[in-house]
Ligand binder design. Sequence first.
Ligand code: 5AD
Ligand code: SF4
Ligand code: FES
Length: 383
Amino acid sequence: MQTELKRILGQNEWSRRDIATLLDLSDPADEALLFQRAYEVKRQQVGTRVYFRGLIELSNVCIKNCYYCGIRRANPDVDRYTLSEEEVLDAAAFAHRSRYGSIVIQSGERTDESFIAFVEHLVRRIRESTNNELGITLSLGEQSESTYRRWQAAGAHRYLLRIETSNPGLYQTLHPQDHSFHVRLEALRTLYRLGYQVGTGVMIGLPGQTSEHLADDVAFFKEMDVAMIGMGPYIPHHGTPMNEAIPDWSARKEEQLRRALRMIAVVRIQLKDVNIASTTALQAIDPTGREMGLQAGANILMPNLTDTQYRTGYQLYDGKPCLDENATLCAGCLERRIAAIGETIGYGEWGVSPHYKKKKQSSSALSSGVSPSRSAVVSGSPL
Ligand code: 5AD
Ligand code: SF4
Ligand code: FES
């Protein structure tokens, strides 16, 4: 395998087959070569400074029924909660005080007017109370164009919406009939058109997902020209229809983690200067999973800011870490973990990916219609 691996690593362009070969590596020495290459690319393209995005899990109420997700509407064993305005502002103030640079507000999907207005209000209040210094990313699912516009006008500038898989057929096996791949894709396109910095991603190791599917996901990221990517291993949740879909999970989970790490490495090498998150799901399989993600090429971490009383309520998969650790504990813990692998933290910076900056520079050279406030937003706050 080493000669085949070296041949692939020696080429600039990889075929679908080449990517699938890398994703299927099983020898730890081969994997180490792949990770080393990914780390070199990371060092050159984005550096070894990790950016924090403080994660606020706004609500576990969801109108959707994704077969893989623990907080799906049909799961009766979830204590549903929605944070109060004060709780969200407290979490944002913590992020601001800790100089995190930006926060992500994530939630189950809701499209009713009271939720839309609540988010709009929250975004405004956070901007005001943090002196416009805190970057605001939303991760609130598929919404109408007018909703995306309202939230953007209130001050949100990034949006995370995972495509989950770029294969429409596979997507359909993971979702009920009334969930549509095309609606998801259209939502992503709308976000781009409106000028959000868009992040997307997939789950890795889904039942029925082949290495070729994942190779197509890499091509999808390239085509969509994404600035941020969040990917993690698929992990079964006991209260979902897909719980039994991976037989013998405890024997397979180690490989599931390694496969996710190989995917991160491949995406780093192919997409080069984008932001890639080392997701919490990696740490649900191995206590050091998020460090492994950074070492495989990721450069973003999302420390959880949600108050511990709600953390158990927001379990998309089993084994979610840090259920009892509050934001201060997690912050200290992550700081030590990052130092242990010889990296530093980009405190007080938005951490806009070099990819997005370059793209923005070339587009503003073409058009002069960028307002002063928008250009401040996209070029990152100096703080
Ligand atoms: N395992 C891993 N990731 C999951 N997500 C939802 N359920 C699971 C699971 N069982 C991910 C989806 C979603 C994100 C918020 O969490 O990719 O987009
Ligand atoms: Fe709801 Fe998102 Fe879970 Fe689907 S993945 S059930 S939309 S929270
Ligand atoms: Fe939460 Fe370590 S990251 S306690």
